[in-house]
Design a protein around this ligand. Structure first.
Ligand code: PLP
Length: 394
């Protein structure tokens, strides 16, 4: 059968390889702790599930839904945004669009804005869909290296001038996946100035705005004055309210980019199921204490892993947000080899860093998606496997 060449660029085979190893070992009766994929394991707030339950019993939600999102939902998002992000004002019609999860927008926005051969600056390492969307648009990915010595923030001055000249889009993601690094107002201002100067659309992914630890609360890039001239931002209810399976999120910001995405999507889908839209409205309008309670659960998990592995001699930076730990290997070993040994010898699945880009070599991503007792068991198994003693620790 024929196949488009662009499919060759989509999704790393490493994810499939790790899943295959897991299933092979499970078929042998092994108990595997899967810290691979970042799917939330907690239920959404009770009032959100109640709203969904009530809505599905109404006969009027089964037609085609409002493609841009019900006006009440977009208004709820605008009000949530204003309250959460220091009074930022959004026009619910022109500057907001409902999405089937932020992934929908991340995959389709390049198709709406880029022509074949255009260049997009994409963080490396980063969430794989960022690059997939660019490839689907037959555009070119230029990596923005995220280096530990720069606190995983791209250095705009170090970019090739010719690449910058051809660039039409730049993607950023703070707090990020797989690197849970954070950015501040000064960095966002620099990024906006860079994009304005070079006529680049700035796309910020803020999927983890509510999953944060200690006193850290990330800002929106749209809080920077003038941001809307060049920027859009993706928001998701997947992680904020543990609604990943419901498929609902938003794009907010620059009205021309929002309109372009809306026009494209009106040729692709018919919007999010109405009951999910009602549940999302309940999430955005309801009691927000859930986000702090959920974050506390992940924070305990973070501390179990970071403290437990540190006691074994593996020092890892403590993330301020997200459900991920980005762990530099304690010795020189290809991260894929380390991850394969970890699943074989300890029965623990993590994702090798190179699944997220070439600058991910030497790291693994650990998703904190199992309860505390399973994470204690993870540390115990890593200790017992002796894998950390296989080479001198750095
Ligand atoms: C950085 C990042 N952006 C976007 C997404 C996709 O989220 P959604 O469920 O809203 O499509 C994820 C999911 O893991 C993610 O990690």
């Amino acid at each position: 059968m024929i196949r488009a060449k662009k499919l060759e660029h989509l999704t790393s085979s490493i994810f499939t390889e790790m899943a295959n190893h897991k299933h092979r070992l499970m078929a042998q009766g092994r108990d595997i702790i899967d810290l691979g994929i970042g799917s939330p394991d907690l239920p959404p707030p009770a009032h959100v599930m109640d709203a969904l339950k009530e809505s599905v019993m109404q006969g009027n939600v089964y037609g085609y839904a409002h493609q841009q999102g019900f006006p009440t939902l977009r208004q709820a998002f605008v009000e949530w945004f204003e309250q959460r992000f220091n009074g930022v004002q959004l026009d619910p019609v022109k500057e907001v669009l409902t999405l089937m999860g932020s992934q929908d927008g991340l995959a389709h926005l390049p198709l709406a804005l880029l022509d074949p051969g255009d260049v997009a600056l994409v963080p490396d390492p980063s969430y794989p869909v960022f690059a997939s969307g660019i490839h689907l648009a037959s555009a070119e990915v230029a990596p923005l290296p995220l280096l530990a010595e720069n606190k995983f923030l791209p250095d705009f001055d170090a970019l090739d001038k010719d690449v910058v000249k051809r660039a039409k889009m730049m993607i950023l993601n703070y707090p990020g996946n797989p690197v849970p690094a954070v950015a501040d107002a000064a960095f966002y201002k620099k990024a906006i100035d860079f994009c304005r100067e070079n006529e680049i659309v700035l796309v910020h992914d803020l999927a983890y705005s509510e999953l944060t630890f200690d006193d850290y609360r990330p800002m929106s890039i749209l809080e920077i004055p003038g941001a809307k001239d060049v920027a859009v931002e993706f928001h998701s209810l997947s992680k904020s309210y543990s609604m990943a399976g419901c498929r609902i999120g938003f794009i907010a910001g620059n009205s021309e980019a929002v309109e372009a995405l809306s026009r494209l999507k009106s040729n692709i889908d018919y919007g999010v199921f109405g009951s999910v839209q009602h549940a999302a409205t309940a999430a955005l309008r309801g009691d927000q204490s859930y986000t702090r309670e959920m974050s506390a659960v992940y924070q305990e998990r973070r501390d179990i892993l970071i403290d437990g592995l540190s006691a074994l001699g593996w020092q890892i930076e403590r993330p301020k947000a997200t459900m991920f730990i980005w762990a530099k290997l304690p010795f020189d070993m290809p991260s894929k080899e380390f991850a394969l040994r970890l699943v074989e010898e300890a029965g623990v699945v993590v994702i090798p860093g190179e699944a997220f880009g070439q600058y991910g070599h030497g790291y693994v991503r650990i998703a904190m998606v199992q309860p505390a007792d399973r994470l204690r068991e993870t540390v115990r198994r890593i200790a017992e496997s002796g894998i950390l003693n296989s080479k001198p620790l750095a």
